[in-house]
Design a protein around this ligand. Sequence first.
Ligand SMILES: [Zn+2]
Length: 286
Amino acid sequence: MKYRFLILIFITIFTSKSFSQNFELVGKMRPGEVLIGFADSLKSVFLDNDSLEFNKGVFLFGFDRDDKGIHKLKLNFLNGKDIVKILKLKNRKYKIQRINKIKKKYVSPPKTALNRIAKERRKLRKARKEIGKDKTPYFLSGFIKPVKSNRITSVFGSQRILNGIPKNPHNGLDIAAPLGTPVYAAASGIVRFTGKNFYYNGNFILLDHGQGLNSIYLHLSKILVKTGNRVQKGQKIGEIGTTGRSTGPHLHWGVQWFSKRIDPESLLHLNISKLRAHIKTIYSNH
Ligand SMILES: [Zn+2]
């Protein structure tokens, strides 16, 4: 009996050890956050029933502001083995934010503006369709705050009540800074779209960071990049403005993984260097 028990322990240690060194996952299991994984000799990765893209063993996925409950991550390896990881999302509460200074035309747009808003929405939707096609993990550059200012005027996820009317939650981080302050790319990527003088967004830039992760920079006074440009983390891409629906000079920095709404601040806390160390070890000869 004792002997069988020892064999069981041996098997457990052996099998777990043969995998543990090949798999790393960084990020928090919380609504509105992304997780980045790395594993070598991958055949496929699934989050619940959806297949995830991966490139050189690197993959990314995120949870929406309102996602809840338990999710399953499954990694299949080329040798036929697999790892299943159960991800339990923590509950998250959001602030309620009342803003009363907004011009009436931005809370309930006049009929004459509806056509224009619909047209602009179609343009952006078309650009967003390109996101996810590029599997390159540009996001491994890591992330920085795109404006050198600590004046956060609205956080991610807040339930908004504009002039007393309940509206959609706030999908980004608002950073206030003087007109003309540089706006930097939060991570490396490709410029997917630049919008000029949109009704709500004003002048803005949409960046693709690979594998469905993207960031948007709204209300700019100046745009310094063009669609298709490759940008590096920290590169100046525009300047702070107050174009579109805005009550003063600030940047609205929004992040999504496909259509999932992500808290931009969470990206600043990801331990990317831990991942990069693994990747370097595995691919140093390639
Ligand atoms: Zn905002």
